[in-house]
Design a protein around this ligand. Structure first.
Ligand code: ATP
Ligand code: MG
Length: 627
């Protein structure tokens, strides 16, 4: 069957499609009685109701039984060239030991457990141990401040935290335990803190601490898994906070796992024996679905990347690809744009012939970055998949592959719906826009990986995703359908510019600015204008050796936008600056730039997810030099 046939079947016979896959791809204690029972108007969503299973069994036990010595995890440690491998049977032992430690200390089914650990086998085993005992994990990126961690602990009523003494990223030590202790000061709910050793330096101690490594030494390697219902909570995870206060998104057992598993296999054309290299942190949904649950449910070898793309130099990713013989590489546009600045030599010195598929996720990828990824990193031989999805969708929803192997891939667009997903582009009157058109990206039908709620706030869930376009899931992003029916992402709806009645996505203007050879990165926001309603304001950073004057550059950029888009799109103000505000997951926070552009720097909103707060003062300083 062709992709088209299968796709049509998947949306027209959704229950047959997902039901059959759930039966054959997952191991069940008890079969489900109903494939789906979803009401997108009330937000009551159930998949595989009545079924009983355990996620850790699906990710570990069944593979350990078949091929105990196959490598499950390759830990690419921060220290260059240092790797540790964990086989499926070793992973099973680790998971069972941690499960015993958790249970012995009083952690029960349904409890929320915070994991604040670097990307590492112990962190993955901790996630899986939670699933084994039926606890709900909440992984918090091990780089968030004590306040951000405390907020997440309080929101979820966490009693148990797993952490390490310290972390290391890019050669820098991060005081994880110290941060946990500071957070716990504000969180009386916390009863215990499991601490594992990463550096072995003297981390501070409190009377809540349990030495995880010591406890594991004596713990049993067997643990009978909890029998979970399909719709029991699996994990909660906070969104990146690009648009405001992060949302504690809830995913459940069977639907999420099946969707992560299917997308990992088919989007990346994963085959048995491949080495799967997703470089996301486990603190983000990409790490959950494509470092942990997707690959492990498929019995794959998955890479855990603890470092950063520029350590010890900008060749880190490609040196690792050569050494580990990675077949699928999955990263973010922010990193690709950063590495592109350093030129091709860091890529070309390494053998990348193992690569088959290159993935991108997190933000719209601009054309210049896409071409570089395709031509330089992939030597023009790999499929580049720009994958659109969100914490809320659980897995990839719009993506160039799967499709026929000879079906074309166009640059910088996610193009096609994944099986079972029916995207729709809706207009301001909530009308379903057909043909070539632009509007709000929605999904018309339920799918197994969809979020079930926002933890403790179902009203916010309904208001955000289901009430704006009744009967549809609303993504919050804007999209455009082209002449061939392919989908392009125009940016976030919150960021859409409305200039003299013309609606314009930020991504479109940024893409043009990014193409200028001197521009490293660009971010565009709207500022109020008495007559036009809004005007575009552009922030740009320049590449390494730029030394010309800013005014000339600004003129060139304005000319470029006029030529490529239209005069109305030309930013009326531009700021050449040193850095852009980003979330800790590497996304540009345009809401902060909007405030800077409007001169409202005293009221920046929730900045707990901002990666580097000093950027804001740099922006304020530079804003005296707006052109
Ligand atoms: P918050 O919801 O808290 O504002 P966030 O939306 O950044 O944060 P995530 O769930 O991590 O949190 O990111 C999902 C968003 O990332 C998408 O809604 C979209 O805006 C953007 N995104 C992800 N992949 C792509 C892509 N391939 N192309 C364009 N945008 C993408
Ligand atoms: Mg979002």
């Amino acid at each position: 069957k062709t992709y088209e046939d299968l796709y049509k079947f998947s949306v027209n016979n959704s229950d047959d499609f997902w039901g059959e896959l759930a039966k054959t791809r997952l191991d069940w204690y008890k079969p489900f009685s109903q494939v789906s029972d979803c009401d997108m108007n009330s937000g009551n969503i159930k998949w595989f109701d009545g079924g009983k299973l355990n996620v850790s069994v699906n990710c570990v036990d069944r593979h350990a039984a078949k091929h105990p010595d196959k490598v499950a995890l390759i830990w690419e440690k921060d220290e260059p060239g240092n790797t540790e491998k964990v086989t499926y049977s070793q992973l099973l032992a680790m998971v069972c030991k941690i499960s015993n430690c958790l249970k012995d200390s009083g952690v029960k089914r349904g409890d929320r457990v915070a994991i604040y650990m670097p990307v590492s086998p112990i962190a993955v085993a901790a996630m899986l141990a939670c699933t084994r005992i039926g606890a709900v994990h909440s992984v918090v990126f091990a780089g968030f401040s004590a306040d951000a961690l405390a907020q997440r602990i309080q929101d979820a009523g966490v009693e148990t935290i797993l952490t390490t003494d310290q972390g290391v990223r890019g050669g820098k030590v991060i005081e994880l335990k110290k941060t946990v202790d500071a957070a716990v000061q504000k969180c009386p709910s916390v009863k215990r803190v499991f601490v594992s050793k990463r550096t072995g330096e003297n981390a501070p101690k409190t009377n809540l601490d349990i030495d995880l490594d010591a406890a594991m030494k004596t713990a049993s390697e067997n643990f009978t898994p909890e029998v979970m219902d399909s719709e029991d909570l699996l994990f909660m995870l906070y969104t990146s906070g690009s648009t405001g206060k992060p949302k504690g998104i809830v995913h459940t057992q069977a639907g999420y796992l099946l969707y992560a598993s299917m997308t990992q296999k088919y989007v990346f054309d994963y085959h048995d024996g491949d080495i799967f290299g997703c470089v996301a942190d486990i603190g983000w949904i990409t790490g959950h679905s494509y470092v942990v649950y997707g690959p492990l449910s498929n019995g794959a070898t998955t890479v855990l990347f603890e470092s950063i793309p520029t350590y010890p130099d900008p060749g880190r990713y490609w040196e690792m690809v050569e050494r580990l013989k990675i077949n699928q590489f999955y990263g973010a546009p922010t990193a690709i744009r950063l590495l592109l600045r350093y030129g091709d030599s860091f890529v070309k010195k390494y053998d990348r012939s193992s690569l088959k598929v290159l993935g991108s996720v997190g933000e719209p990828i601009n054309h210049e970055a896409w071409e570089w990824y395709h031509n330089v990193v992939g030597d023009g031989k790999c499929d580049v998949v720009d994958t659109w999805w969100q914490t809320e969708t659980g897995g990839i929803a719009v993506t160039p592959r799967p499709s026929g192997p000879n079906d074309k891939i166009i640059p910088a667009a996610p193009m096609r719906a994944f099986f079972g997903i029916q995207p729709a582009i809706l207009g301001s009157e909530q009308e379903d826009l057909q043909g070539v058109n632009e509007g709000a990206l929605c999904i018309k039908n339920p799918w197994p990986g969809m979020a079930r709620t926002i933890y403790g706030d179902h009203e916010r869930f309904m208001d955000t995703y289901y009430r704006p376009f009744p009967g549809h899931y609303f993504s919050g992003d804007g999209a455009k359908r082209d002449e061939e029916g392919f989908i392009h992402i125009t940016g976030r709806m919150d960021d859409v510019l409305n200039i003299s009645g013309h609606r314009l996505g930020t991504a479109e203007v940024e893409d043009v600015l990014d193409e200028h050879p001197d521009v490293a990165e660009a971010a565009v926001v709207g500022v109020p204008h008495a007559v036009k309603g809004e005007e575009a304001f552009a922030f740009v950073t320049v590449k390494e050796n730029f030394s010309r004057d800013h005014e000339t550059l600004v003129k060139e950029l304005q000319g470029l936008v006029r030529e490529r888009i239209a005069s109305f799109a030309v930013p009326s103000q531009m700021l050449v600056t040193e850095g852009l505000p980003k979330t800790r997951s590497g996304k540009i926070m345009r809401r902060i730039l909007r405030k800077v552009a409007a001169g409202q720097v005293d009221d920046l909103g929730d900045i707990s997810t901002l990666a580097d707060p000093t950027v804001v003062s740099i922006l304020i300083r530079d804003s005296n030099f707006v052109f």
